[in-house]
Design a protein around this ligand. Sequence first.
Ligand SMILES: Cc1ncc(COP(=O)(O)O)c(C=O)c1O
Length: 390
Amino acid sequence: MHFNTRCIHGPGPAPDHTGAISAPIYQTATFAHPGVGRSTGFDYTRCVNPTRCALEETLASLESGAAALAFTSGMSAIATVAELFSPGDHLVVSADVYGGTHRLFADVSAKNGLRFTRAGSADQIAAAIEPSTVAVFVETPTNPMMQVVDIDAVARATHAAGALLIVDNTFLTPFFQRPLELGADIVVHSATKYLAGHNDTLAGVVVVSDAALAERIGSLRSTLGGPLAPFDSWLVLRGLKTLACRMERQTDSAARLADWLAAHPAVTQVYYPGLASPADLAISQRQASGHGAMISFRVVDQARAHRVLASVRVIQFAESLGGAESLITYPLTQTHAEVPEAQRRELGIDATLLRLSVGLEDPRDLIADLASALAPPSDSLPAADAAVPR
Ligand SMILES: Cc1ncc(COP(=O)(O)O)c(C=O)c1O
């Protein structure tokens, strides 16, 4: 079946004797045993639950994986994958990653003896690989600078060293980009974002190309205790049914907004894969069938950035992304606050940078909202210094 159909039905029709169209929510912590040494296949929800299984089968199918595992959050998913590695192991990580991933690696994994090197392009990643490298972790496009990383090139360099390639596919989702088909071994998601799609559920996902690796990660998940609850699994399943049309619509709107922002006099730079350099655009078009709905942009100065955050009305000033509601984020104090200042400066995450997640509202209303928020201050409006983020 085609991708859009599998978003709705999963890999096949659900075997439910009642004929229920929507997957049942098995809101139970435990399952009765038919006898000693016998099991229905379901014993305890921390290990396995039928609603979560339905979600995982759909996710494995959409990401072209051997198996998928659903977690309580994206961070729980990434932290559990990090437990595959041992003290002394070395990982190469995208220089520009979500701040929470940076904090996990810098504060927790490093304390557990893992070593990390940050690198940007595929060439820099290949050069950073050393004999003790066990994994490469990349986001593409990166958060928040929207840099495109060549998954195929990184996969070749990673596998030549006998290491695993892990790709955070949160921004594009399998609708646009399927890293396992491009050579990655593990895909992670904050399913809180586009997969669930409604800014109402926290969830994470791991999808792997190899069943034995899935078993290892599944065993770590049961041990560490991070599997997604049945009701939240159902919410993500419900979100997935509209993934294809949401991604199409949000991306169409984002392309319009990116062009509009690029022409605005108060905007000094727009970071959007569709507006990338010819070389990055070529990589993006080769590995993804769309540019997604995340845009970062820079405004003339800090006062204007604060003013935008205080003035938007349709777009909400909030962390997160990927839902029906458009959100604007200030990476400096929100998503990337935990990245050390020197690294932030090197990446360009400063007081003038804003990140926009384009939602499902009519793009004309989003443009009108940004037009009034970006307007230069006038006497009738609050002074820029008073425009403190809400
Ligand atoms: C790219 C990316 N990966 C991972 C995460 C972490 O996911 P969660 O917030 O669901 O724990 C986020 C959260 O913003 C993210 O943007």
